[in-house]
Design a protein around this ligand. Sequence first.
Ligand code: MN
Ligand code: MN
Length: 460
Amino acid sequence: MEKKSAWEILSEKGRLKEADKLADSYIRFLNSAKTEIESVRWIRRIAEENGFKSVEEVKGLNPKEKLFATARERNIALIRIGKKPLREGFRIVASHIDAPRIDLKQIPLFQDSELALLETHYYGGIKKYQWVAIPLSLHIHLVKENGKVLDLVLGESEKEPAFTIADLLPHLAQKQMEKKVKEAVTGEALDILAGSMPELSSKEKKDKEKERVKENILKILKEEYDITEEDFVSADIEVTPAFKAQYVGFDRSLIGGYGQDDRICAFTSLQAILEHTDTEYTTIALFVDKEEIGSTGITGMKSPFLKGVIRKLTRLAGEATDVEEVLENSKGISADVTGGINPTYKDVYEIRNTPKIGYGISTTKFTGSRGKAGGSEATAEYMALIRRIFNQNDVPWQTGELGKVDEGGGGTIAQYMTNLGIEVVDAGPPLLGMHSPFEVSSKADLYSSYLGYKVFYESA
Ligand code: MN
Ligand code: MN
């Protein structure tokens, strides 16, 4: 089986210019939407600009109708009604919009050695040492006791302060350097530097007992943002890298940036549903939260969000069917990234079955680890369908798994989609440095993924 480079295929088909354009707009998305709430708002805005209406606003369903449904600003589904009745099933491409990061604890602020710091609990599978000594931004979504919502982002523009986790200087790191990498920076060591200036106006300023640096931070929070210490209890505060996504390499063929797992699939499936031609089946682009911690909770794939969307649609259509029937007749792609071969660490991959950067969207027949445990596997029949759709439409594609058999592995939302009765396969672009603050993707794979999702939607 000879696989051609995606670059060659896209060049032959005259699609390189389009790929450039898509990458420019992808970088803008990465820089504007680093959290799930920011992603949902972005997707909703683009949907509305493209004529999508809220399911809450319409009275009935017409073919070609473009709709969206959201839940808690952390889930969103874009829907395009097809010609066939809903009971015949949907074509669903689902991605996740959460990404590994660091969250603040409920009582974060403390003072130590005349510095103000913030306690954190990391989210998702991170290599902790990667998150020290880089600029960080704070994405605050805070709900006051009276229900008033405060959204505040600090560190993303040069006008705002950034944050960081100070590392130990090499001169004094002898003990740290001898530790295993996973122990060198512990979870509790991920304290964020938040200030250093004491409160100067207070009458008690000579009182050494008082934590005046912390007091000063609390004063700033109160005066500038009307935030009290207790307000942190009802807040989602996410810490992400502050730096921007940008092209990588002399040839600008790669894209480096935070949160590409899985916003590269969110972005390309969004683009695909905006641009696909009229279809027989109703199509859905589904964007969910909490994949990185097991798809749990009220906003994860295990929540009833999708079922609720389908219930609303069947009611609007006035069809005599139930949610289960629609789901069982549906076909889906779990749109998620996979690991591409990193030439520096070849020994963890089995070369013949690992996706390569620049070789297109990669299907992953099965996930799981150490004997496929805990994963999801697509049937041979479904793989044949996906392969046919990709081949018939000149989509640059490859296939592979995450790494060597006993090396490790992972899961996606695929298994939770199959639990609903949807036939599913994983398909998405390979990344380098997945889950790091600066993940790398290929412009050719970005475009191939968009194309793959689009032709899947259009397939009968
Ligand atoms: Mn993912
Ligand atoms: Mn992930």
